[in-house]
Every structure is written in structure tokens, then in C-alpha cells.
Ligand binder design. Sequence first.
Ligand code: ADP
Ligand code: NA
Length: 332
Amino acid sequence: KFTPRVFSGIQPTNHLQLGNYLGAVKRFVEMQNSGIETIYCIVDLHAITVWQDPVDLQNATRELAASYIASGLDPKRSILFNQSQVPGHAELGWIFNCVARMGWMNRMTQWKDKAGKDAEKASLGLFAYPSLMAADILLYHATHVPVGEDQKQHVELTRDIAIKFNHDFKVDFFPVTQPVIEGAATRVMSLRDGSKKMSKSDPSDASRINLTDDADTVAQKFRKARTDSEPLPETLEGLKDRPEARNLVNIYAALAEMTPEAVVAEYAGQGFGTFKPALADLAVSKLSPIADEMKRLMADPAEIDRILGDGAARANAIAEPILAQTYDIVGL
Ligand code: ADP
Ligand code: NA
């Protein structure tokens, strides 16, 4: 009943980090190039669930658009746009606030992490975030959502909302969307703390590789990455209790488009004194062309705004009839 359509989004906060690139953007490009219809959003309404300086937010929005394009997203083959420019996201988000249950939201681990100890002081928007995310996806009847592992629970909640809406209104209107979480880098870990995922909102810049880092910074961050002092084993099995080492192998594998098995086979018996510089060289060779292209694109902000405006018009053309039908179903 539903034609295959891909939707995903990233928040315009800080610079993209290697986990966003390997776990999300690189996959977005692969899906675009596979010929399926792809819609990629800059989710600025999600960004403001925590405080954003308005000028920084605008700059981060343009920079994320530049990161998308420099990474290989083609504004002609994919729809690239900014969430706040398509009003249907907020409108459907409200309807889904009335479908989703408080208890569902309370179980979201990201809410618990982000709200911290003082949940009373978190914004209401942060609590309702997964309901807006469901609206982002279902506003386009998207069937597939490529994301990192940290977003799995939110996509499951999107499925729950679609099922409850269809059930409550006795319709088969929203698809039950599939998360697409594949590859060696679905959860890239912090370089400083093997128990946390790499994040662009981590206060420690040394915990992540930014797409905008220069070659020396990349080399230094990998050199200082926490690891044990054992050489790499013959097989992946030997990395079972070595999460930091496993993380670097996964990063290498995703960048080189190899399996983690092939990476340990290649470096078996070598220490991090050899592996880390090889990883840094590989990362620089893959990321520096993207950073250069981002700089070129950022020099012409009017052209970025034009691309996003065109994308918003095309996104809106898909969203409007779906929202209108939703209003009809609900009786609005
Ligand atoms: P961040 O936590 O860096 O602010 P976002 O919440 O904006 O990132 O997530 C954007 C996309 O990047 C999502 O699909 C998310 O699952 C993915 N992602 C974020 N961090 C990682 C990571 N460390 N490893 C793999 N994918 C990630
Ligand atoms: Na995240």
C-alpha cells in the first residue's frame, strides 16, 4: 500500500561529528544513490527543545545543509530542507501529542538522559520530542528511517503512534515505519569515555571528531583516544571485553568500507602506536574533501538558502495533502 520512501533528520547543533557521518549521513547518501525516494531534514524545531542562541542556530542550520551536500546528498535527487519551513511538522506533532501517552514518553531513555536529575526544569518540548519526530516521519508516509542505534527507541515509538492512530480512527492511513540501523558504525562511542556514545552535544571536544577538524586535530584526538595497551588480536572475538579498541576498529571499518573482521585480520598483532596513526590518516583522507567542500558552500549562504527553500516547497507538496487527510480523519 505504501510506496517506499526514506525520511531522516539531524539537529542543527554544533558541527557534525564522525558518529553522525558514519551512522547517519553516509547511509543517507547510500540510500539516495540506491534510487529510492529520499527526504532529509534539518530538524531545527528539535534543536530548540534545549536553549539555542538564535544566531548560532541559523549558522548551524546552513552548516548542516553544507555538510549534507558536501557528503554527497544531491538536492536534485533528495529533498533537503529545514523543518520549521514546513508548518505540517508542528501541526501533525500536536495531533500526535494527543495520540501518544505520557507513559510512553516517560519510558524514553533519551528523555531521561537529556533531562538529567532536574526533569522539572526541562522544557515541555524535550519531553514531547519523540512525538514531533513521529510527525516528521509520518507527515511523508515514510516507510524507512536510517538512524543510529540511539534513535531506535524513538522509531519504535513512531510505530506505536501510527498503530494507535490507525486503530483509534479505524483507518489504515499511516505506515508502520521500519528503522534502518545497519553497518559497522551504528553506535560510535566517545573517544574519552567508552561507555558514552560520541555526540556533538558532549561538552568535551576531545570526545569526538568533528567534520570541520583539521588533519592535526584529527591525528591528536585519535592519538589521545582512550584504549588499553594490548596489540590487536587475530579475530573480533578477542575484542569482546575491549570496548575502546572495538570502537576504533568499527570506525576504521566504516570509513574503509571493510568489515571489522577484515580490519582486525589486517592489523593483527599491531599495537595502537601503529593503528591509531593509520586510522587518523584514513579519517583525514575521507573527511578533508568534505570539509573543503563545506567551506566552499558556506561562502555562498544565499545559495544554501535557495536550496533549502526549494526543498521546503517540494516537501510541503507531499506533506500538505497528507496533513489535510489527517485533519479530515480526526474531524478537524
Ligand atoms: P547528536 O547526538 O550528535 O547531537 P543527533 O541527535 O542530531 O546527534 O542525531 C543525528 C543522527 O546521527 C541520528 O540518526 C543519530 O542516531 C545519529 N548518531 C548520533 N550519534 C551517533 C553515534 N555516536 N554513532 C552513530 N550514529 C549516531
Ligand atoms: Na541523538
